[in-house]
Ligand binder design. Structure first.
Ligand code: FPP
Length: 244
C-alpha cells in the first residue's frame, strides 16, 4: 500500500518498542511469541522508514535494566539479536542500511559482541538508513561513560560545554532524534536517549509493538507534522526565522 509521504519527515526517529509481552498475553501466547512478532514488525518498520525517507532510526532493543528479567527471557533477547544478524544482515546491507550499536558491549557474551561488531563493520559504508541498535543501553550510563572519557582524556574544564559532551555520546556524530515514539501506552522515557531527547517531539500510542505497522508509523508522522517545534523560542521569533 502506498501512503503519501508526509511533508516534513523527521530525519531521526527513535522508538521504544514496548508491549511484546502484553501482545502475547492478550492472545494467550507465550511471551517469546510476542518477541518473535515484534522482530517481524521491526523488519516492516525499517522498510517503511527507508520508504518515507527517514535517515536515522534508533531502536531500544535491550536496556541496561533488562538484565533484571528472568534469565530465560534475557537469553531469548540475546538470541534474537544473534538470529536477526545471522538472518537479516545480507538483506539489510543490500538495502543500504548501516548498522550501528549504541550501549555497553563489555557485559555481552564475547561471541555476540563479535557478531555485533562484524555487522557494524560489514555495513559501515551504507548511507540509505542508519540503524542504531540500542542494546545493553542506558541513557544515564551513556552520560557516565562520556564523563569518564572526558576526564581520562584530561579535557580542560573551560572546554567542557554541551557541544563537547554531545560529541562524547554514542550518537556524537548524528543529529538528535526529532521524534521519539513509544508503543503500548506507557508515559515514561525509561532511560532512553535522555541527553539526545531534550528537544524531541514525543509520540505515545496504545498499540503494542507487534501491531505498530506502517499505517501507525504514518499516523505518527502526520501528528509530528502538526507539532510546532519551538526550541525555546516564541511563535513570533519562529515566523521571523521563516523569512530569514
Ligand atoms: C518490549 O516488550 C520489547 C523488548 C524488551 C525488546 C524486544 C524487541 C524485539 C524482540 C524487537 C527486535 C529486537 C532486536 C534485538 C533487534 P516487553 O517485553 O517489554 O513487553 P511488555 O511490556 O508487554 O511485557
Amino acid at each position: 500500500m502506498t501512503l503519501p509521504v508526509p511533508e516534513r519527515v523527521p530525519r531521526h526517529i527513535a522508538i521504544i518498542m514496548d508491549g511484546n509481552g502484553r501482545w502475547a498475553k492478550a492472545r494467550g501466547l507465550p511471551r517469546a511469541e510476542g518477541h518473535r512478532q515484534g522482530t517481524e514488525n521491526l523488519r516492516r518498520i525499517i522498510r517503511a522508514c527507508v520508504e518515507f525517507g527517514v535517515e536515522i532510526l534508533t531502536i531500544y532493543a535491550f536496556s541496561t535494566e533488562n538484565w533484571r528479567r528472568p534469565p530465560l527471557e534475557v537469553r531469548l533477547l540475546m538470541t534474537i539479536l544473534e538470529t536477526v544478524i545471522d538472518r537479516e544482515l545480507r538483506e539489510l546491507n543490500e538495502n543500504g542500511v548501516q548498522i550501528r550499536h549504541i550501549g555497553r558491549l563489555d557485559q555481552i557474551a564475547p561471541a555476540l559482541q563479535k557478531k555485533i561488531q562484524y555487522a557494524c563493520d560489514f555495513t559501515k559504508n551504507n548511507h540509505r538508513l542508519i540503524l542504531n541498535v540500542a542494546f545493553n543501553y542506558g541513557g544515564r550510563d551513556e552520560i557516565v561513560q562520556a564523563v569518564k572519557r572526558i576526564v581520562r582524556e584530561g579535557i580542560p574544564v573551560e572546554q567542557i560545554n554541551e557541544d563537547l559532551l554531545n560529541r562524547y555520546m554514542y550518537t556524537g556524530d548524528l543529529p538528535d532524534p526529532d521524534l521519539i515514539i513509544r508503543t503500548s501506552g506507557e508515559l515514561r522515557i525509561s532511560n532512553f536517549l535522555i541527553w539526545q531527547g531534550a528537544y524531541a517531539e514525543y509520540y505515545v500510542t496504545p498499540t503494542y509493538w507487534p501491531d505498530f505497522n506502517k499505517d501507525e508509523l504514518h499516523k505518527a508522522l502526520e501528528e509530528y507534522n502538526h507539532r510546532k517545534r519551538r526550541f525555546g523560542k516564541t511563535d513570533e521569533q519562529l515566523s521571523e526565522d521563516e523569512f530569514k
